[in-house]
Design a protein around this ligand. Structure first.
Ligand SMILES: O=c1[nH]c(=O)c2[nH]c(=O)[nH]c2[nH]1
Length: 307
């Protein structure tokens, strides 16, 4: 190989956005009783030695994306569990089952279904889509190195006071007035990386629920001087509560709500009438980490919401 020769760089391949729905029945195989639904979109990608395929069309080491997809559905026959658990099973299967597969990246989005209520009673087998919010999970494996990320996206929140923004520098292009009372609204995308996998009761599911509660409580309770301050506080609360979580990344649009000027109509506007503007929006992103413990695996740099 000489300098300047064309060579294959980083590559990965797999089946993207496999839609998987599993129904857990109270009595397996029978329609009656209480059902539970798990609704996932799964993307898996293998990494390893696939050079011969790229350069010569030699498919002898190419585990077909169709096979990868079939493996997902076959694994779901035994139960799905937490999305992180399913992804860890897939990572183990492909990484240890094919000598030339060194690892890969498996990502899941879990779509929320809430149990439907009829006449005040929870229905056994009918569900209603629970908003846009999505739970996310990502496993990246490189040999024996396994990274497990969990997260959520599109968790839409708004507080109608308890937020201000002032003290910023002013130059000839600055028109934004300072405010000591504004609406703060955002769609939270958050990822957290497990240094230790949850082992207590409830495992990944319980930690997910607790982290989500903590993110929401911090958003609500902190008197915000900037969205930057709010998202740092959200990440910090998670790290302080969960020693097994190594770092948290947050990506939050500032969904601006501007007070409408009603003066032309001879009306005042004492903080009551706003226009919700969908774009442009501020985009505030931060990593909150423990001193000296930051790591930057490849998947971590490319999780949704971050370039
Ligand atoms: O919370 C905010 N952070 C900013 O950086 C910013 N910039 C801006 O115009 N409004 C806001 N709000």
């Amino acid at each position: 190989m000489a300098a300047g020769d064309v060579v294959l760089g980083e590559n990965q391949y797999g089946k993207a956005e496999c839609r998987l729905v599993r129904i857990d029945r109270e009595t397996p195989g029978a329609p009656g009783g209480r059902h539970r639904i798990t609704d996932l979109t799964v993307t898996g990608q293998l990494r390893g030695d696939f050079a011969a395929c790229h350069t010569d069309g030699d498919n002898s080491q190419v585990v077909a994306t169709d096979t990868q997809k079939n493996t997902l559905y076959a694994f779901a026959r035994d139960g799905v569990g937490a999305p992180e658990e399913l992804l860890l099973r897939l990572a183990e299967h492909f990484t240890t089952g094919f000598p030339w597969v060194s690892g890969g990246r498996w990502e899941a989005r879990q779509h929320a279904w809430e149990r439907l209520e009829v006449d005040g009673a929870p229905h056994d087998h009918s569900f209603v889509r629970g908003g846009r919010e999505t739970r996310t999970a990502l496993v990246q494996r490189d040999g024996d190195d396994v990274f497990v990320l969990a997260g959520l996206r599109d968790l839409t929140v708004l507080k109608s006071t308890g937020s201000e923004f002032g003290g910023f520098p002013r130059d000839r292009y600055t028109t934004l007035p300072e405010t000591d009372d504004r609406i703060l609204a955002t769609d939270v995308t958050a990822w957290w990386r497990y240094a230790e996998l949850p082992s207590g009761p409830g495992g990944f599911d319980a930690t997910y629920a607790a982290v989500r509660d903590l993110l929401l409580a911090t958003f609500a309770d902190l008197h915000s001087l900037a969205l930057q301050q709010t998202i740092f506080a959200m990440g910090k609360a998670v790290l302080e509560a969960f020693p097994g979580i190594a770092e948290v990344r947050l990506s939050c649009p500032n969904n601006h709500h501007f007070l409408v000027d009603l003066e032309p109509f001879g009306l005042d506007n004492p903080g009551e009438v706003f226009v919700a503007s969908d774009r442009p929006y501020g985009l505030i992103q931060a990593t909150v980490q423990r001193e000296g413990e930051a790591r930057e695996p490849r998947a971590w740099a490319t999780v949704a919401g971050f370039a």
